[in-house]
Design a protein around this ligand. Structure first.
Ligand code: BGC
Length: 647
């Protein structure tokens, strides 16, 4: 058992609890069968409560899911985390966390289960949208920011611990991984969030090296609780997260079975017979009480009112996040639309006119309203005196005719919950293709052939392979799943009222064969030390769009970077006539895990905003982890964008 010592008053309160009460604390409160049926109808309509013991003054935990926002009620649907990862802005993420925390409390929850920080090993992962990208440092900083923001109001739970990055096989896959790769690549972001003070960790469904994560002594006790000194509680992933023996799971370090005490409620006899150590149950109880005590001391009750849910302020934040997460991948000068040349816009594609905020799984947020791209464009176009006509894309000839008679085309294509997401029925799951659907590719060709002024707006949770058509179009914007204000944000970017602020949080390959192996249905898979941009460097391969890449509407000139005072510094000047955004990225060449070669790895970043004509000095703190390696500073992971620093 882990060595954490609870505060004396917590230990004293736990000491008074009966066996029955101790067992009550380690599982969800609701009736399992009825509760599961209700969840199947409308998941998380109300908080999911666990470990409430009013007679002992123990409030328990009241769970709401995320991370797109609060899953309960009609809450603000923010852009998905992949879009927020693209914003490379922990300050903004902390504000989103603050808003989520307020909306959770306003609806009766005090425990947010939506800090998803699984590393995107391959862009086909169906739940890619729920995480912040392929890089451990980025995941750690963004996850920590969400923990900081939400934990002003609620307890935060980070998930899914660990190596949960395949959807279809998540209930049975055994991820085989060397300890060094686990520690250097797949766990540091969890540790970062634990160090930030996250109250809870959710174990994953899958196995790691032969053991189910929900009963994984090495991960839960040795690494998390002993090595990292975690003083919070571990919950299981829901319903099927306690596998094998429930007793063994508790003994291995699991603290609470969620969402119901389905397996743990049968443990009474084991406790009475002394087969299940009471000390372990007391430790679990103490962890819960300790975090509930912390929770009782936080908050701003005056803000927890129903009007706070999807309030104008939170919607404005969702709009900002969508603008800042939108990545301009390609632009031949078409964007932003020049009002002197673009008087009419053809909007083509079904996705322009539907609410497309992400999958329909446990992270689904039912926003009171979703502004579609078409809605947004109509409003923005009116401001600029542009006319807008829409075609859903079903009739290629009609689309071509419309495109030919307009000055420019906005073509909305990509994925929906049918193509990717948490597997909740016949839709979603891992992606079967990284390209667009063949019909969408055909539509791009057709439209671009008659009008070269075509801007493609892509929706999806991670990378696309765009080789078949990217050189045919004038501009490409990656919208991800941009939330309830996404349409307004994208329209503002298209007409130039806002500038796109995103950088890719995952590498976009030109050729899928440059990625690690992904199996949609796998009993076993080996996770090696190479994925993402480190793999591209190791293999000497070239992506279509590198990690960290994104264009802006202006030119930003870089001065000579230097290292001074524990920071890498560089002077940036916006030499254009529009506002600009730059993400200054610091990489260090490091051998990680079982990979002996020193490969560039993100170790710091800062986002800078520059008014036209403005010059600023950007500073990125050097890592202080005692490791050494060549340092690089630049605007993306592409070697051509990086300058070696003399440390
Ligand atoms: C998901 C978790 C989620 C839980 C609750 C699981 O299927 O993996 O992310 O929090 O369900 O619905």
């Amino acid at each position: 058992m882990a060595t954490w010592e609870p505060p004396a008053d917590v230990a004293a309160r736990v000491g008074e609890l009966t066996d029955l009460e101790l067992l009550h604390l380690v599982g969800g409160d609701g009736p399992a069968l009825k509760g599961n049926l209700e969840m199947a109808k409308r998941y998380n309509a109300t908080p999911i409560v666990a470990g409430r013991l009013p007679a002992r003054g123990i409030a328990g935990i009241a769970f709401t899911d995320g991370p797109r926002g609060v899953v309960m009620g009609r809450s603000t649907a923010f852009p998905v985390p992949m879009a927020r990862g693209a914003a490379f802005d922990p300050g903004l993420e902390e504000q989103i966390g603050d808003a989520i925390g307020v909306e959770a409390r306003a609806q009766g929850a005090d425990f947010f289960g939506g800090v998803c920080i699984n590393l995107l090993r391959h862009p086909a992962w169906g739940r890619a949208q729920e995480t912040y990208g392929e890089d451990s440092h980025l995941l750690g900083e963004m996850g920590a920011a969400l923990v900081r923001g939400t934990q002003r109001h609620v307890m935060a739970c980070i998930k899914h611990y660990a190596c949960n990055s395949m959807e279809n096989s998540r209930f049975w896959v055994d991820v085989r991984i060397d300890e060094a790769d686990l520690r250097d690549l797949y766990l540091p972001h969890f540790r970062r969030c634990v160090d930030e003070g996250a109250a809870s960790v959710m174990s994953a469904y899958n196995k790691v090296n032969g053991d189910w994560c929900g009963g994984h002594r090495h991960l839960l006790t040795e690494v998390l609780k002993d090595d990292w000194g975690f003083d919070g509680f571990v919950i299981s992933d829901f319903t099927f997260g306690v596998r094998g023996s429930a007793q063994a799971c508790l003994e291995a370090g699991l603290d609470v079975e969620m969402p119901f005490a389905w397996r743990v409620k049968r443990l009474g006899r084991a406790v009475r017979a002394g087969r299940l150590d009471r000390a372990r149950l007391r430790d679990a109880a103490a962890r819960l009480l300790h975090q509930q005590d912390r929770q009782a001391r936080r908050g701003e009750p005056a803000r927890y009112v129903s009007e706070a849910v999807a309030s104008p302020e939170h919607r404005a934040l969702a709009h900002r996040a969508a603008v800042d997460g939108t990545v301009l991948l390609q632009n031949d000068g078409l964007l932003p639309f020049d009002p002197a040349k673009v008087r009419s816009v053809a909007v083509v594609g079904k996705l322009a006119a539907i609410a497309n905020t992400g999958d329909l799984g446990s992270s689904r947020v039912r926003a009171p309203e979703v502004v579609t791209l078409l809605d947004g464009l109509r409003v923005a176009a009116e401001r600029h005196g542009i006319t807008v006509e829409h075609h859903d894309g079903d009739d290629e000839d009609a689309c071509a005719e419309l495109a030919a008679r307009c000055d420019a085309v906005v073509l909305a294509v990509g994925n929906t919950f049918r193509d990717e997401g948490e597997w909740v029925g016949k839709d979603g799951g891992d992606r079967t293709r990284l390209t667009l659907r063949p019909v969408d590719e055909a539509l791009v060709w057709r439209v671009a052939r008659v009008n070269a002024c075509t801007a493609v707006v892509l929706y999806g949770g991670s990378a696309f392979v765009t080789e078949a058509w990217r050189t045919d179009v004038g501009a490409i914007l990656m919208a991800w799943y941009p939330g309830m204000e996404g349409g307004r944000a994208l329209a503002d970017v298209l007409v130039g009222d806002e500038v796109p602020g995103g950088r890719l949080p995952c590498t976009w390959p030109a050729d899928e064969r440059d990625l690690p192996r992904f199996k949609r249905f796998a009993r076993r898979i080996v996770y090696g030390p190479l994925h993402g941009y480190r793999k591209f460097e190791a293999d000497g391969a070239h992506p279509a769009f590198p990690f960290g890449f994104g264009l802006s509407y202006t030119t930003i000139e870089w001065g000579e970077p230097e290292v001074a005072g524990g920071e890498a510094r560089v002077t940036l000047s916006n030499t254009g006539d529009r506002p600009g955004v730059e993400v200054v990225q610091l990489y260090r060449s490091e051998a990680l895990g079982t990979e002996p070669r020193a490969l560039r790895t993100l170790r710091g970043f800062t986002k800078v905003r520059l008014a036209p004509g403005e010059t600023v000095t950007a500073a990125v703190p050097l890592p202080d982890d005692g490791r050494s390696g060549a340092l690089w500073l630049g605007a993306s992971s592409d070697p051509a964008d990086l300058v070696a620093l003399d440390a």
